[in-house]
Design a protein. Sequence first.
Length: 440
Amino acid sequence: MNNIYKDIDRVVDLLEKEIIEFRRDFHKYAEVGWTEFRTSSKITEYLEKMGLEVKLGGEILNKESMMGVPSEEELKKHMQRALEQGAVKKYTEKMYGGLTGVVGILDTKIQGPTTAFRFDIDANDGIENNSLDHRPKKEGFLSVNSGAMHACGHDGHAAIGLTVAKVLKSMESKLCGKFVFIFQPAEEGARGAYSIVKSGLLDEVDYFLSGHIGFAANKLGQIVCNTDGFLSTTKFDVSFKGKSSHAGASPQNGKNALLGAASAALNLHTLCQHEEGATRINVGVLNAGTGRNVVPEYAEMKLETRGETDSLNQYVTSRAIDIIKGAAMMHGLEYKVKVVGRAQRGKSDKELSKIIEEQAKNIGEVDEIVEYAKLTGSEDATYMMNKVQENGGKAVYLMFGTKKAADHHNSSFDFDEGVLKIATKVYVLSAIKINERGRI
Ligand SMILES: [Zn+2]
Ligand SMILES: [Zn+2]
């Protein structure tokens, strides 16, 4: 058994340069949710070259369940840009309508468990720090795509995923069962995982592993083996429609959408109390009005709710909708609510965490194992975890420590790339152990 640890250690160390190259390439050509045409195309290319079966587009996404998809026009623009930046047409052709993401399958054809890994691949909306003390700028891999930057580390996740797939593929003759590598689009805003679950891809998975670099793990060599505390969340866009009118000559004929939306925003922020646990609400965007002397006809609001449990989130969501309705009535407005993202509460299985803990101890670079930590944000991998657990499988969410240049989602975000090979080793060794247990 000792040999296995040494072998994996050596193989992954040799791949370190390549993992970093993958990460920097994805970083440079950052693409936000549902527009990851180039990223998905590159991943597909690598997976095919490795000899994996690859699924794309409608094979991995249920179109009706995709949330928060940009407009046709936006998608076209991004597709065009991706092609100019090296995306491969025969792959992007399967992604029309924003059907990005890729799944690679390694089927050993020998009876055994199915283990799925999920790596998210999307960038954030935002403009990357362009100053020379920001390493991506200094070392030439700053995002070239204006308005998109990898500020959460998903560029690293995609690189880790490709390397895990490569190492497991190289050991195929020693393995059994099936390995499914999910490269998920649109995690930001909790938009993508649900449609992958709805495609049926997780229906026969016995073990599920996912994770994140950073967050509660902020030191290189630190591994969190059991993550919990994800907040259940709903993201929605609200539009208000009133009636414009001359603000001086005939204000009484107007219906003020700006006031309706503003009144809703103020009242929504009074909602966060429940005896059963934590809840959150945030109105993050409010746009309204067209001119100083015009009664505003339209207003647009982007907000999110969260809760420690699915029912707490449901409570805040339904109260929020009551408030929006009330504010609209007060000002004689019409309103529309559109859900553009959702994630559930999730729990890691202790039994599976233990296996990972045992394996992580054998990795030289791992010097601190944290049994349990909370990720008090939201993650749509929870849909996948819950699906696998509902069917009797086990799921786990890990965190891989790394030193960060700034917080997640900050324009100066960057991380110590040493985490890439450590995370790869953790996934590969855990997969091997799980596989051994499943061998019949
Ligand atoms: Zn994020
Ligand atoms: Zn993230």
